[in-house]
Design a protein around this ligand. Structure first.
Ligand code: NAD
Length: 486
């Protein structure tokens, strides 16, 4: 079942921030794995560009170390690593100054695909775009990959979009949301639109509610400065969770193509109602034993930033009016889990009487860990005696179904970088989508900032503040347990 690998065309990929954490942990190891798979052609060049004073050789050494540290051992093949690093080059460059731009220009070739990956802090995105134009490096068709965060609010996202639009055509701008590169997220679209089974039921008539959970066990230490300015709403909800919500809720696009998909996602975001204060719970983790509190992690004793958020969203359209979407995300929770649960309505009447019970079916789409899809169905408990009903899972675990080939499924960054080279924008966010997401997020944030309300405390490794449970319980609903097991 291994996927067929088609090599991409020769390219020059410049990684601005090529010595940084993201480049070393994700981008370079991802490129190596694609090289090992045979997808990167001999005519490819990967050019690291960063502030450090390094030569090609020292950078190649850094690339070798990145592979050693972040690629599984069975994929570290010395001959392959040796030929891979021959594709690697380095330029010392200042995004805000004059250093390095001429040298970079000298390395770039005519007639091959050109891509610039902005793997630097967001404060440099605009500088880089403008310098590329100033030095005449944004040749026709050159692609630009922009990391998150894309803006801090609607105003800053608009400004960034405006700068990028002056420098590149929208069809060449790739705004990364690595959630979209995850295997199961794409499978979500195939489950919905490749089967006839679910689509007729995929609406407010049959779906009671939808839960989207992105839970992490880690705290924010190490990213404190950034996180304390962002919080869970900006860091997770505005981008990753919004994308998941769109894919779950959107109408079928006419085809699996960039603008067709993105048009449908945009309609969902624009149909979202404002979130009322009563439909939202913010939390902040406290200290537990040796585990420092959020405020200690960010070194800000008065911080009002949320490390947890749960909210109820409504989509006002024909398909979804009446079906709430519950979103929940946080740090220092019970388990590391990303999943979507589509909870169907109960049968209207139980012919089995009281002992039968009446529970709704639930489709759980698990993004991590244990990627897979489970459908809970009601069956008769085996054995003589009464008609007792139980729920059992119909389980499609990708690890089991796809067996050893699972190990060959590219990770999100690998897939997305290859999509950039192939010129496929389907799994990237369009400028208007990002702005619409901020337009929905901004007033929610403004409302709690105005109220001055403190986030509610919650214990590390719990399910978050009690009030988040109440958000569901009030309506007789229940969050799924935050647990490793599906
Ligand atoms: P980092 O601080 O580890 O690396 C920053 C890089 O930018 C370094 O290579 C540095 O040399 C370079 N740089 C800084 N100032 C420069 C200048 N003036 N001119 C040229 N180069 C300069 O950052 P990171 O963690 O790799 O993050 C990079 C981007 O990716 C950020 O936008 C971040 O938000 C985003 N991101 C990172 C992660 C992650 O896991 N690290 C995850 C998601 C998104």
């Amino acid at each position: 079942m291994a996927s067929r690998v088609i090599p991409v065309d020769p390219f020059d990929l410049v990684i601005f921030g090529g010595t940084g954490d993201l480049a070393c942990r994700k981008i370079i190891p991802g490129l190596y794995r694609r090289y090992l798979a045979g997808q990167i052609p001999p005519g490819a060049r990967i050019i690291g560009a960063a502030r450090a004073d390094l030569g090609h050789d020292a950078y190649r050494e850094m690339v070798r170390a990145a592979i050693r540290d972040h690629v599984s051992e069975n994929k570290q093949i010395p001959e392959t690593v040796a030929t891979f690093v021959e594709h690697i080059h380095y330029v010392q460059l200042d995004a805000r100054g004059v250093t390095g731009w001429k040298e970079l220009g000298g390395l770039l070739r005519k007639g091959v695909i050109r891509a610039f990956y902005f793997s630097v802090g967001p404060g440099l995105f605009a500088d880089l775009a403008e310098r590329l134009v100033q030095h005449g490096l944004n040749s026709a068709g050159a692609r630009v990959v922009v990391e998150k965060p894309f803006g801090h609010d609607l105003q800053s996202a608009r400004e960034l979009n405006a700068v990028l639009a002056r420098c590149f055509d929208e069809h060449h701008i790739y705004r990364i949301d690595h959630y979209l590169g995850k295997e199961t997220v794409q499978n979500l679209m195939v489950v919905r639109f490749g089967n006839t089974l679910f689509e007729p039921l995929w609406n407010a008539r049959y779906v009671d509610h939808i839960q989207i959970t992105v839970a992490e066990t880690v705290g924010v230490a190490g990213r404190g400065e950034y996180y304390d300015r962002a919080g869970a709403m900006r860091d997770m909800v505005q981008n990753h969770m919004m994308q998941l919500l769109c894919l779950i809720a959107m109408e079928p696009p006419s085809m699996f193509a960039a603008d067709a998909v993105r048009d449908e996602k945009l309609k969902v975001i624009r149909a979202l109602d404002p979130v009322s204060a009563g439909d939202l719970v913010r939390g902040q983790y406290t200290r537990k034993g040796d585990i420092p509190s959020y405020r200690e992690d960010v070194d800000n004793p008065d911080s009002l930033t949320e490390s947890f958020i749960a909210l109820k969203a409504h989509i006002s359209n024909w398909r979804w009016t009446g079906t709430p979407f519950y979103l929940r995300t946080g740090k220092r929770l019970k388990a590391r889990v990303s999943e979507i649960a589509v909870v169907f309505k109960k049968p209207p009447h139980s012919i089995f009487g009281r002992q039968g019970g009446r529970s709704g079916n639930m489709l759980v789409i698990r993004l991590q860990p244990n990627e897979g899809i489970v459908l809970n169905v009601t069956i008769k408990e085996p054995g003589p005696g009464g008609m007792r009903l139980i729920e059992v899972p119909l389980d499609m675990s990708f690890a089991e179904t796809l067996g050893e080939d699972r190990a060959d499924i590219p990770d999100a960054y690998e897939r997305l970088i290859m999509d950039v080279i192939r010129g496929n924008q389907t799994l990237f966010m369009r400028g208007d989508e990002v702005e619409a997401a901020w337009a929905w997020t901004d007033p929610v944030i403004a409302a709690w900032e105005e109220s001055g309300n403190e986030p509610l405390p919650y214990e590390p490794f719990s399910s978050g503040p009690e009030d988040a449970l109440m958000l569901m319980h009030r309506k007789g609903r229940r969050w799924r347990e935050i647990a490793d097991e599906l």
